[in-house]
Design a protein around this ligand. Sequence first.
Ligand SMILES: [Zn+2]
Length: 157
Amino acid sequence: MMMLEPEYMEVVKRHQQEFPIRVGALARELGIEVKTTDMPDNVSGSLSRSSDNPERWVIRVNRRHSKNRQRFTVAHEIAHFLLHRNQIGRGVTDDTFYRSNLSDSREREANRLAADILMPWSLIRRATEEGARSADDLAEAFGVSTAAMHIRLGLPT
Ligand SMILES: [Zn+2]
């Protein structure tokens, strides 16, 4: 996993004891409120400072997207919080390709950390030992799309 402040790393690791990773609970423990809301179809979600208290952060996620997609979006916005919160002013909004006003390299970082959060290698190994036979089995066990699991495993998508 990328370099994070030790106190944040500890919280993330504590939420990676079993799969599927509970990203909502992880966000809340990091002090971030998660709201599932109506958003335009081409928006996946956002991370922004709370309007009443700029010290507080809120993740909004598009409620019309699939559950797995919402989970990836929450993980991606958590990653922006962990890596980029001092670089995004009042917030960031991601389209369905996880593009925003941030640079492509920051978006790639956020996607990489989101994958590290949702699909830690130690748990993938455990799931395989417990009988997961395919990328589809693993995707189901971890609550991610088959495409996300294929990318994680280095398989064609
Ligand atoms: Zn993003």
